[in-house]
Design a protein around this ligand. Structure first.
Ligand code: SF4
Ligand code: SF4
Length: 372
């Protein structure tokens, strides 16, 4: 039985928690080449709850530094250029400063590799993975519109350069296929240690524009599926098989998803009133959590939900037009979504720096979702 640690933490105490994690999991990276992969989804400041808190990144770097100087810190943001651009993301998130001399733009070199996926041949993966001995996955406690949660398994989608991620959304489209791909990438290089930043989490329609939620905790474990299971249960997924990545990963033998079979060190509690993403709930007046299977069965209806532009927030920057893998957005002068092209991937909502592309929440669209 593997252990998942839950500890209260703040930016001030996070180093102490990281030391405890290194002790508990007997992290020995003496002389080894270590890769620390935070969640650097886009150019957001730490208070937005989107990217891994730099205080945690710094604490992990310092803990590793006590044993080795061969450290690399990096991630692939949503886009290699523009708003999600690598350097701007690293700077705004505070991760470049936290990583110091160990920061690397890992998006510049990638190789097509066989990850053993039945869905896609030859997936571009950042070359850094070939250079390392020890992999520390530093995920974020967030919801995700399509996948239910971000967390440890989904965090490895960032091993692909940004533009490839959008391409995969377009090629696979259906969330069932996408979640299988997340598991395929996780299986290709299972992290040696997983640490989840839940200092500030995100509820609702994450991973970029949900609601920031102060949680004040750090989670950790050597099995990312099991850490994600604990995280999903804290969010209120019951059973956690509603999160397809966990269901698939468990069936593939990658981790336990029965909470009774996971040893939890620390205080586990379901977070009161934690809001799940829109694709996982029925209309607010009659809350009902859907299983992912039900969501998939209804995909042709979910697929009719198109992003909506909020003109008051929109700066007409054109990022969403560039991001959209289906070429469904044009600016006139605000973004207009071509219904017949849109694949409801919500990359535009994820990538808009202003939170001006949103998943609509009005009853009319809910009706389209759940009826007929
Ligand atoms: S919706 Fe967002 S990304 Fe698109 S043009 Fe407006 S501000 Fe830019
Ligand atoms: S308009 Fe948005 S949701 Fe639709 S395909 Fe483009 S990026 Fe995806």
């Amino acid at each position: 039985m593997s252990k998942v640690l839950i500890r209260n933490a703040s930016e001030e105490t996070v180093r102490k928690v990281v030391d405890e994690i290194f002790d508990l999991y007997k992290v020995n990276v003496k002389g080894k080449r270590v890769f620390i992969k935070p969640n650097m989804l886009g150019a957001y400041t730490p208070d937005k709850g989107v990217t891994t808190n730099p205080a945690l990144v710094k604490a992990i770097v310092q803990a590793c530094e006590a044993q080795t100087d061969k450290i690399i810190v990096g991630d692939n943001p949503m886009r290699a250029l523009g708003v999600g651009g690598m350097d701007r993301t690293a700077e705004l998130s505070g991760i470049r400063e936290a990583a110091g001399k160990y920061y690397r733009n890992i998006g510049q070199e990638a190789d097509k590799v066989d990850i053993g996926s039945k869905l896609v041949d030859g997936v571009p993966i950042s070359r850094v993975l070939k250079e390392i001995d020890f992999f520390i996955n530093v995920a974020k406690f967030k919801t995700h519109i399509l996948a239910g949660i971000t967390g440890c398994v989904k965090n490895l989608f960032g091993l692909m350069p940004g533009s490839v991620k959008a391409e995969m959304h377009f090629r696979l489209q259906h969330p069932k296929a996408l979640t299988q791909l997340f598991v395929d990438i996780y299986r290709y290089r299972i992290p040696d240690l997983n640490i989840v930043d839940a200092l500030l989490g995100m509820e609702g329609d994450g991973p970029s524009h949900g609601r920031v939620k102060k949680i004040g905790k750090i989670l950790a474990g050597t099995n990312g599926v099991e850490v994600d299971t604990v995280m999903a249960a804290m969010m209120g997924y019951d059973p956690v098989t509603k999160v397809k990545t966990l269901d698939i990963a468990n069936k593939e033998g990658l981790g336990e998803i029965d909470l009774d079979k996971i040893e939890i060190i620390g205080d586990f509690e379901k977070i009161p009133d934690f809001e799940l993403p829109i694709g996982y709930i029925a209309p607010r007046e009659a809350p009902q959590v859907l299983s992912l299977e039900e969501s998939y069965d209804n995909w042709h209806k979910i697929g009719t939900i198109r992003p909506m532009n909020i003109e008051e927030k929109c700066t007409m920057c054109g990022e969403c037009e560039d991001i959209c893998p289906a070429g469904a957005i044009s600016l006139d002068p605000y973004p207009v979504v071509a219904e017949d092209k849109c694949i409801s991937c919500f990359c535009c909502a994820e990538g808009c720096p202003e939170g001006a592309m949103v998943v609509p929440e009005n009853a009319h669209l809910y009706e389209r979702f759940f009826s007929g």
